[in-house]
Design a protein around this ligand. Structure first.
Ligand code: GDP
Ligand code: MG
Length: 663
């Protein structure tokens, strides 16, 4: 059998399977991706592979040659039943090498008198995909300028101009002529010269597109020649020369190594199936085919595919962020985590996509970067919201906590809490701003500051109230004490003492208020208002205490006490025993007058001269009026009531004298 060579060293122990990529009906296979990936394991090599196609008349030993050179298993026509080869293109991977080989069948339509439709299509397809094309021909076909091979070459040249006009001089294809059944009488060099002459003639006969009239064949092609002896007549020499020829495909140091970098069609292996099918579709629909457009379409398609895979993986990785953020939690390390996930996504995209057309790749990279960033931006905003909430709560708690204690400076408490909270917010917010974004948190920060201002203002008002209340309580306690004291033994200078004490207590309270106010950062206006209120309320307390002390019965009691003191007790404080010659009337009148003097004394608060209490009046309160304690009517009423009451003492005294005398 003329099967695969019996080389067994290398990675592939068994012969690699072949695949018909284009069948008799000119349909493109659906199996190329799994073959590239699994059967041939070449999908991951990037640009590190080459593609070889073979052209030539039917039954010139093409498949035989490929199988020998590359260890493939293409169909070889049985020597006994020379059935006609079908049309189609087969593909396989070369054994132990990153080379894809295409066995193009049916490229000799004109020899068989068929139309040249498939010949042209497969030539286009091969030129668009291959780096090296082997042209296989018998020695006796050389020089037959009008022969079938030459017709095929003309087609190849025409097709090439269509495909590569834009890439003139940059991308080339190697045509490797393999002359079969070389007898040896004509040296290879002569045969090469003849072929070269013919090729030039063919090139001249090809109609050139506008602007390319003067282009030469070497702008697009390199040539190489090889000869093999008759396989059946000199089988051993044949095998030896095939092995030598194989060297040109595998040995990078060989002076005739066939795979030069500028033969590459720049199609990464993972995109080859897309590219090849796209080319074939274009060919089948008879559309104009040019490689730059195909490269661009391929790049778009593959970059999109690669981006989709990377983006799906990305979505899976960020799923976990949603729930905690929506429920108000702050995720530790959210920034580094997001950055890492996003960068890994871009890296994954870059790995495969960077091989494709640079401008498409860059555009698609920006797209996936924007897409990932906008997904993550939702979490950024969510976390900012949660940070703001926590910052406000912390600020509030800090202030309330401090205010519960003693001896704090309100302004200092607020400014310390504000500094800490601002630092907390800024540090955390900065840590979630990703690189390569224009994310900011200025607005959130401003909002936070406003909220803190509101809270501080509110607590300042509350604190001020609390403080004033305390001061008032203090003043009240003092009032209660000294009013009771001075009222117990009323004297004419009693008011001077009371007002003096009141002023003293008030002054002290005012000083304390101003001191505290400083730590509240209160305004002058606020301070003036607080002082005014303090004075007014303290005065009202004084007045209330006075009224409480002087309710009707209490006042009458005071009068009676004063009266009794004078009338019923002597100078030593002993109870008087009235004797018949005592002037009861005079004593009585004197004592009653003394007692009644208390009524005008208590009727009005006497502010000593030169003292201004500066108690502000308003619509409901007039200071001058508040000085009056007992109205005229009230005084008169008290007068009458006390006189009546004292009359009883007078009668009692009189009766006691009568009683002693009668005894
Ligand atoms: P293809 O149609 O060009 O692929 O040719 P095949 O490889 O199928 O071979 C066609 C026939 O030619 C087979 O019977 C082979 O044994 C025979 N053959 C293969 N190589 C050579 C050769 O180098 N010289 C000759 N004379 N016959 C060959
Ligand atoms: Mg064949």
């Amino acid at each position: 059998m003329n099967g695969a060579p019996n080389e067994t060293n290398g990675v592939h122990k068994k012969v690699l399977p072949r695949l018909q990529i284009i069948n008799e009906k000119q349909e493109f296979t659906k199996d190329l991706p799994p073959f590239m990936k699994d059967e041939w394991q070449i999908a991951d090599v990037g640009f590190n592979y080459n593609l070889v196609a073979v052209f030539g008349s039917q039954s010139t030993g093409k498949s035989t040659l490929l199988n020998r050179l590359f260890g493939t298993s293409f169909d070889v026509m049985n020597e006994n039943s020379r059935r006609q080869t079908t049309k189609g293109i087969w593909m396989s991977r070369g054994k132990d090498m990153n080379v894809l080989i295409m066995d193009v069948e049916g490229t000799d339509g004109r020899e068989r008198g068929e139309d040249q439709d498939f010949e042209r299509k497969s030539a286009l397809f091969s030129m668009a995909t291959s780096n090296v094309i082997i042209v296989n021909l018998w020695e006796h076909q050389v020089g037959l300028y009008q022969g079938a091979n030459m017709g095929l070459l003309k087609t190849v040249f025409e097709v090439n101009l269509q495909l590569f006009q834009a890439a003139r001089g940059k991308e080339k294809t190697l045509l490797l002529f393999v002359i079969r059944d070389h007898v040896g009488t004509t040296p290879l060099e002569n045969l090469s010269n003849t072929l070269t002459e013919d090729l030039k003639k063919i090139w001249e006969s090809v109609s050139k597109p506008e602007g390319l009239e003067s282009c030469t064949i070497t702008d697009y092609f390199d040539f190489m020649f090889a000869a093999l002896p008759h396989k059946l007549l000199l089988p051993q020499k044949f095998e030896e020369d095939v092995i030598k020829l194989r060297e040109r495909f595998v040995n990078t140091n060989h002076k005739e190594f066939v795979f030069k970098p500028n033969y590459s069609k720049r199609v990464p292996a993972d995109g080859f199936h897309v590219y090849a099918e796209g080319i074939w579709d274009q060919i089948m629909s008879n559309k104009d085919l040019d490689l730059p457009t195909q490269q661009e379409l391929l790049a778009q398609y593959r970059c999109d595919e690669i981006a989709t895979v990377a983006f799906d993986a990305f979505l899976g990785k960020i799923k976990g962020f949603r729930q905690p953020i929506e429920s108000g939690k702050i995720i530790e390390d959210l920034g580094p985590q997001m950055e890492e996930i996003r960068n890994a996504t871009i890296k994954q995209f870059d790995k495969d996509a960077s091989r494709y057309l640079s401008e498409v790749y860059k555009r698609k990279r920006q797209e996936i970067l924007n897409k990932t960033n906008s997904q993550l931006h939702v979490f950024f905003l969510g976390q900012l919201k949660n940070l703001t909430k926590k910052a406000i709560n912390t600020f509030n708690a800090r202030i309330q906590e401090k205010l519960k204690g003693e001896g704090y400076d309100f302004a200092e408490v607020v400014s310390n809490a504000r500094n800490d909270v601002e630092t907390f917010f800024k540090n955390n917010a900065e840590s979630i701003v990703l690189s390569q974004t224009d994310w900011t948190f200025d607005e959130e920060f401003t909002q936070l500051c406003e909220s803190m201002n509101e809270i501080a203002a509110k607590s300042r008002i509350e604190e001020t109230k609390k403080m004033i209340k305390n001061l008032e309580k203090n003043v009240q306690a003092q009032i209660n004490e000294f009013v009771s004291l001075y009222f117990k033994t009323p004297t004419t200078d009693m008011w001077g003492k009371i007002i003096g004490k009141f002023q003293e207590a008030l002054n002290k309270a005012e000083q304390q208020l101003l001191k505290k106010a400083k730590s509240f950062n209160s305004t002058e206006e606020e301070n003036a208002k607080s002082l005014e209120n303090l004075r007014k309320r303290s005065w009202q307390q004084l007045r209330k205490k006075i009224d409480d002390e002087l309710v009707d019965n209490m006042f009458l009691l005071k009068l009676r006490e004063r009266f009794e003191e004078k009338f019923r007790y002597d100078e030593e404080g002993l109870p008087k025993v009235w004797k018949p010659d005592d002037d009861i009337d005079a004593h009585f009148r004197k004592a009653r007058e003394d007692a009644l003097k208390l009524i005008p004394l208590f009727a009005k608060v006497q502010i000593p001269d030169g003292i201004d209490l500066d108690i502000p009046s308003d619509e409901e309160f007039v200071f001058e009026e508040s000085l009056i304690i007992l109205s005229e009517t009230k005084q008169h009423d008290l007068n009458v009531r006390f006189k009546r009451e004292s009359d009883a003492f007078y009668l009692e005294a009189k009766r006691s004298v009568v009683a002693t005398t009668a005894r």
